[in-house]
Ligand binder design. Structure first.
Ligand code: PAF
Length: 282
């Protein structure tokens, strides 16, 4: 069934107020659209847990530090709505820019520490934009549960910390990364890859899996890092922004995973920035 598309906060609140009065559990899946199976797995998880499910689509200008990136971001609302039909969600919330950031909007949510590393170093202001819009979406939807992919692992940890620090009563669920058959992590940005680049893209995950195996055998990451970066670049990536092992909870840099940790990477392929992460210790 096609979900009602609501574009204003007033319409959204009129619906959620009824659900809250009935004691229903509300789940939200925040997205920027261009939905793929990774997003749909989040919707599936929300449907299993919650009485009501809201999917949001908002290409958030505040989290883009590059105007071309914002301009080129895929916008596929019609297809997205069609892909959601089989889930029978309750609302597809698609606010526009002025609805989300009305004239005079002047507030920013900053989560310090967690945002100073990894993608935060390479995309100044990005996570302020994410934390601000996600805080707004949590408050706008009054959701009890929110669903995010582990593919954006740093984002997930930032959102968790933001909700905790601001006392927003919501449970943030991290869901497993969904991959293409060749290992490439699903991402809306994959749509921007040319056919030639798409063939090369799985090399990033292949190399990460190889490193994870070495780490599991006890090799310190510092002995693997340089050669791994060279192999990724030799496979066709133009630049590896980072390839690091970090603790899950506070993203502290580790050489050997003495506590639950992930290997995280960002690299450019033919003008497209890809990120990925895998567990090196659960
Ligand atoms: O992961 C995304 O698609 C976005 O960063 C999010 C969480 C929807 C905020 O705009």
């Amino acid at each position: 069934m096609t979900a009602p598309i609501l574009r204003t906060l007033g319409e959204l609140r009129a619906e959620t107020a009824k659900w809250q009065a009935a004691g229903e559990r509300i789940g939200v899946v925040p997205t920027m659209g261009a939905l793929h199976d990774g997003h749909l797995s989040l919707v599936d998880a929300a449907k299993k847990d919650c009485d009501r499910v809201i999917v949001t689509i908002f290409v958030n200008p505040m989290q883009f530090n590059n105007p071309d990136d914002l301009e080129n971001y895929p916008r596929t609302e019609h297809d997205d709505a069609r892909k959601l039909e089989r889930f029978n969600i309750d609302i597809l919330y698609v606010p526009d820019g002025p609805e989300m950031y009305p004239d005079g909007f002047a507030s920013t949510v900053t989560v310090s520490g967690l945002t100073d590393v990894l993608c935060g170093t390479h995309r100044p202001g990005h996570f302020d934009g994410v934390a601000t819009v996600v805080a707004k979406l949590f408050l706008q939807t009054s959701a009890n549960d929110a669903y995010f992919g582990e593919k954006d692992f740093q984002q997930l940890q930032i959102v968790r910390r933001m909700a905790r620090d601001l006392d927003i009563p919501i449970t943030v669920h991290g869901c497993t990364t969904i991959r293409e058959i060749d290992g490439l992590a699903m991402s809306s940005r994959n749509l921007l890859l040319s056919d030639r680049a798409r063939v090369k893209a799985p090399a990033l995950n292949e190399e990460m899996e190889r490193i994870a195996e070495e780490i599991a055998k006890g090799t310190p990451f510092s002995e693997l890092q340089d050669a791994a970066i060279r192999r990724i670049e030799n496979a066709g990536f133009t630049k590896v922004e980072y390839l690091e092992v970090r603790a899950n909870d506070d993203l502290e840099l580790l050489d050997t995973p003495t506590r639950p940790a992930r290997l995280l990477a960002a690299a450019w392929l033919a003008g497209v920035r890809l990120i990925d992460n895998i567990s090196v210790r659960d």
